[in-house]
Design a protein around this ligand. Structure first.
Ligand code: MN
Length: 217
């Protein structure tokens, strides 16, 4: 029995649709600019630069319908709806969920301008809301992925518009990291990202997966 100086932090985890077990989350990898129209709205040229990776700490996860807090140090918190791939034993994708990559866009813009890391823009506390995991194959690789704010559609695209499909995302991530069971990969967002304010009700969907809804506190 390890004699901890203080109790270790509880492991973040996701509920699983139709299963009483939980998926223990290890770390969160994210793909940037994996949809051409979103790359363009961010001022990039998707014909000249490939999708890339960044990460969030595992404890940035917000699960079980909890509501994320509006973070400090920003006046421009953005929503990015994303298909989330869950890595299981053997380094394969064993399930899928709907996530929102919350982003402090103003801090990200400053980081881009100054050539600084994105951690404060992307990896802040409660920056990774995620819905329940559906085990098995992706129900529809061309499913609609969408996000509503207070009932109004802000993002709507197709998973088939991903520059790197999930298999290629997994392969690319596996070249950069040793993927382990519990890793989550946020696979990028379609166009239409925009600001959230306190009290906004967010509904994020990928057809065939459990819906993710939360209110920004
Ligand atoms: Mn994103």
């Amino acid at each position: 029995m390890t004699d901890w100086l203080f109790p270790p932090a509880p492991a973040p985890s996701l509920p699983i649709v139709g299963d009483t077990r939980r998926f223990p989350v290890r770390r969160i990898l994210c793909v940037g600019q994996n949809y051409a129209a979103h790359a363009r709205e961010m001022g990039s040229d998707p014909t000249k630069s490939a999708p890339f990776f960044f990460s969030k700490p595992g404890d940035a996860l917000v699960s079980d319908g909890l509501d994320p807090a509006y973070p400090g140090m920003t006046d421009n918190l953005h929503h990015e709806v994303e298909l989330v791939a869950a890595v299981g034993p053997g380094g394969t994708i064993i399930g899928w969920a709907v996530g929102v990559d919350l982003t402090r866009r103003d801090i990200q813009a400053e980081a881009k301008a100054k050539g600084r890391p994105w951690d404060a823009a992307k990896g802040f506390d409660q920056s990774a809301p995620c819905g329940a995991l559906t085990l098995g194959d992706l129900p529809d690789p061309a499913a609609v992925i969408s996000l509503k704010v207070n009932g109004e559609v802000r993002q709507s695209g197709s998973l088939s518009d991903m520059i790197l499909d999930p298999a290629r995302v997994l392969a690319a991530a596996g070249e950069l990291w040793s993927l382990q069971p519990g890793d989550l990969i946020y696979t990028g967002t379609p166009e239409g990202v925009g600001p959230l304010v306190r009290g906004d009700r967010v509904e994020a969907d990928v057809a065939g997966l459990a819906s993710l809804t939360f209110t920004v506190r």
